[in-house]
Structures are given as C-alpha cells and as structure tokens.
Ligand binder design. Structure first.
Ligand SMILES: [Zn+2]
Length: 537
C-alpha cells in the first residue's frame, strides 16, 4: 500500500475580517477537511491564527508551521488552505514562503481555488492568484470606504459607540447581513439631552454652567462619571440629535481634523431626532455669539491667574481659590488653590489638597516666561513646530519606503517574466501576468505619489510664527505689569493645563500653541510641549 499523503490545515482570520463577517475559522477548516477527504489525504494537524492582522510576522501559528516544515521529520507533505489569500496577503511573503516550501518538497493547496502547483501552468495560475490577492489587499481601503459610504446612505452605523441618549440596535438587512442602527435610549437620557439644548439656546447657559448644574444634581454622564464641559460641547454640536447620520467628517491621518463639509457623507433623518432642526441651528448661532474661537474661556474677576488651568492631582478637576486672608509670620500670603471638588462636595469626593497661591504662581510664571523668551530667539519656535509636525509624518514615511521596495521587487519580476517570454513568445498566460504586474506597479506608483505630495507639502509656518513670536515678545516684556485677569487670559491662550505631582512636587505645564491664521473651523495645533518646574512647599 502506497504511503498516504499527510496534510496539515492552515486557517487564519484577522480581527477586521471577523468584524466584516469573513469566512470563519470553523468554516475554513470544514472546507479543508472536506477537500482532504476527497483527495484521500490524511489531515494530521491544524494551525490556526485568529484575530491577528495579515502581516506574516504577526502570525505565530504560521511561523510555527513553517519552522516544522523545515525539519526532516516534519510529519506532513502538503499544506491546505481555504483560499490562497489565507496563506499570505502579501505577494512577496507568498513567493518567499512558497518557493521555500517547494524546495523542501511541501506544496500548498487551496481547498476552494483550482490549481496544481506541480505544473508550470499551475505555477503561473498561482502567481496570478497572488497578484489578485495582493490587488484585493491594496483595494481593501477603497472597498471598505465604499461599503461604509453605502452603510451611511442606508442609515446603518459604521461602528463606534452610540451618542448619549441613543442606543445601538442590531437589524438584518435585505441580504441577511447584520447591521447596526441608532434607536432612542431611555427617557431619562433623552430628557437630559433636551434639557442641555434648552439651557444653552433659551436659558443663556454656557457649556460649563450646564455641566456643573448636571453634576450638582448628580446626573451621571455617558460614561457614568461627572460631566465635563467638553462633553456638553460635543453633544450640542452632534448632528445625530437632529436625526442626521454623518460619516467621513474627520480625517484621522494626522491627528483628528475636520474634513471640508463637501466630503461629509450625510443621511438626513436616518434615525429618530431628539432635537428639532431649528433648535440645532440656534446652537450654532448662539455659539458664534458666545465664544470668539480663539478663547472660549470666559474670564472672571478672580485675581488667581491659574484659574481654570491648575488641576487637582487627585481628581483632575480645577483647583479654585480659597483665602483665609493675611500673611504668615514669614510674610507668605494665606491665599491657596484648593481642589474644587473638595470645596463643593466635601471630603468624601476628594481630599483637601492645596497649593500656596504665591508659590505656585511664581514658579509657573518663571518657567513660562523663560520658555517664551527662548521661543523668541530666531528660528527657535519655527524649528520646534517643524519637528513636532515631522514626527506626525513618520508613519507616512514608513509606508513610502515599503512602497518603493514593492515597486522594485515587482519590476524585477516583470524582467524575469520578459526573459521567459523570449523563449515562449506566444505564451498568453505570461503576457497576461506581465500586464497584471504592470498595472499593479502603476497602482503602487499612484499611492507613492499621493504620499510624496503630502510629505513634500512644506507647510509654510512663517506667518504663524511671525504672529506668535510678536505676541510672545509682547508677553515677555509686559506680563508682570498686567492685571491678574489679563494674565489669566494670556495663560489660557497658550496653556492647556497645569498639574502638580503631589509626591515629588514636579509642576507640569502643558503648552499648546494653536495657529492664529488657520481658516478652518477647527483649531490647528502647531505645537504641544510640556514644561517642568518644582513647587517648593
Ligand atoms: Zn480633587
């Protein structure tokens, strides 16, 4: 009796594919088992990579299988996959692994695609399948985009959590696929949303006032904790509440940035509205009236210049002013910044944490004015901004290099095939393969030029820098002579927050410099940077 062929199965599904209802691992294995049975092969082992990305190196079971295959006593003769794209999505990996396996006498079979790798014809078919699988991979982004656009138009969600006041609900579409839609949440939440809009539009309350009112009443936020004014803000500007579904609003390539409205995919009345369109429009009007974009913070009369900036090290909420008046024997003021949560809600909410006003303010002033002075030196700020933005481009540069390498490899392959064609000039399959490769190279080149154009767009920061440096020079020379409220406004313009580590007394000042010349509705961050000082108790 001839030796029976021993097969191993390899199955793979990535996290993304799982989400997209691709052929599941059990279904892949089922097809492989059936195929082996038909062929009269004995299935001796199964290697499974689940929930991983398609990059070869991240597939431990695949690596394990290849390592075994290299051994003399590997215990199997062939590898069977459901489809060749399970074996590898990248043509380079595919070629490398398959030629390696072929050299040591292991052939790879697909349970659902007809090919015989032993014949030259089969070899070419495989090559074409590889190209197709690669092509599919390259087009995945486009396909996913198309699918998501379609989803939006049909009123289906493209992932993400439901906005406060709504819940997600599963439905099946005409093709029997499972889709997600938005439905109204519990009445309590719906009423809170209505109230937020009402307070803002008709009662003249700002986001901060609304947040503190809800917190005082003990109404939990979407995440179950306290309301932040920023979450009130995002509710007020979320089109979902007027029943509209909007997708493709933000560009996440280089940080979260709003795309031009022309690129938004909008589906009006996609789900039940909580707020009337008129009220929603009024929010936009009110918000323009309320806050000049550059400084949404409304200053008070407090002489505490770190108001709204200094955060409690324990609960992360604002530290607020507390004064017992007078001075200590050493002549130090008894004015303090104290945790606002503690003052409002008592010691069960947060500890009594305090910083002496004079001490903390003087260290912050010292560190910031020193930094601002440095930034006024020629080219200093410009360099920092460029470095900060270069860092953001690093990932793109990595993609760029990978594409260049892919083009080179594909060109080599075309040359090899053209040599083959000299021997058999009428071979249509080789011709077709060369054509496929060439169009693939074109696709690579298109992508490369897209990336190049982003990378080579030298954003000119000269205008920004000129305005900012002018402002900083002014601040450095006049800050001390300004009123505390003015100092507070200046700090809010450049500082995001200030924290003090309660154990080592290190003060962290989070600088955030926003473009003064940007024309989009969203702020453009030019530079983020943390400055350090020490709080001397
Ligand atoms: Zn606190």
């Amino acid at each position: 009796m001839a030796d029976q062929i021993r097969a191993v199965a390899y199955a793979r599904v990535s996290t993304r594919e799982q989400a997209e209802n691709a052929t599941s691992i059990p279904a892949q294995l089922e097809a492989i088992r059936h195929y082996c049975k038909q062929k009269g092969w004995i299935l001796v082992n199964e290697f499974i990579d689940a929930g991983r990305s398609a990059k070869t190196d991240e597939r431990p079971e695949f690596q394990h299988m290849i390592a075994l295959a290299k051994k003399n006593n590997r215990g199997f003769d062939v590898i069977v996959v459901h489809k060749f794209d399970r074996f590898s999505r990248s043509r380079d990996d595919h070629v490398i692994y398959k030629s390696l396996l072929r050299k040591i006498g292991v052939n790879v079979y697909s349970a659902t695609e007809q090919t015989d790798p032993d014949t030259p014809h089969g070899f070419l078919i495989e090559g074409i399948l590889e190209v197709i699988s690669e092509f599919y991979n390259l087009n995945l982004r486009k396909e996913v985009f198309k699918g998501m656009k379609e989803n939006t138009k049909m009123g289906y969600r493209n992932g993400g959590v439901a906005p406060y006041g709504y819940r997600l609900s599963k439905v099946s579409n005409v093709d029997g696929g499972i889709k997600t839609i938005l439905v109204l949440g519990p009445d309590e939440e719906v009423n809170v949303v209505k109230r937020i809009f009402h307070m803002y539009v008709y009662e003249g309350c700002g986001a901060k006032k609304i947040a503190s009112t809800l917190n005082e009443e003990g109404i939990p936020s979407a995440k179950g904790g306290k309301w932040a004014y920023t979450s009130i803000h995002s509710i007020l500007h979320n089109e979902a509440y007027k029943g509209d579904m909007i997708w493709n609003k933000y560009d996440y390539n280089l940080g979260k940035k709003m795309k031009p409205k022309s690129e938004w995919i909008v589906n009006k009345d996609a789900h039940p509205a909580i707020i009337g369109r008129e009220t929603f429009e009024l929010v936009e009007v009110k918000s323009r009236e309320r806050s000049p974009r550059s400084n949404p913070f409304v200053p008070g009369k407090s002489p505490f210049i770190l108001r709204g900036l200094l955060k409690c090290p324990k609960c992360n909420f604002n530290m607020v002013s507390s004064q017992s008046g007078g001075k200590t024997k050493a002549g130090i003021s008894r004015k303090y910044y104290v945790c606002g949560t503690y003052l409002r809600k008592g010691k069960q909410a947060c500890e009594y944490i305090s910083f002496n006003k004079e001490k903390i303010e003087s260290i912050v002033k010292e560190v910031i004015l020193k930094e601002f002075t440095m930034m006024c030196l020629p080219n200093s700020l410009l360099h920092e901004i460029q470095n900060y933005n270069n860092e953001k481009n690093r990932e793109l540069r990595y993609k760029h290099d990978a594409l260049e390498r892919d083009i080179e490899l594909s060109n080599d392959r075309v040359q090899m095939l053209q040599q083959d064609l000299k021997i058999t000039p009428d071979n249509e399959t080789i011709k077709k393969y060369i054509e496929d490769l060439k169009s693939q190279i074109e696709e690579y080149k298109n992508q490369l030029s897209d990336i190049n154009s982003i990378l080579s767009t030298k954003i000119n920061y000269d205008n920004d820098v000129e305005i900012i440096v002018g402002d900083l020079k002014n601040i450095v020379t006049t800050f001390s002579s300004k009123l505390p409220t003015e100092q507070n406004i200046i700090l809010h313009k450049y500082v995001d927050k200030i924290t003090v580590n309660n154990f080592n007394n290190i003060v962290s000042i989070y600088l955030k410099i926003v473009s003064p010349v940007t024309k989009s509705t969203d702020e453009t961050i030019l530079l983020e940077k943390v400055l350090y000082g020490e709080y001397l108790r």
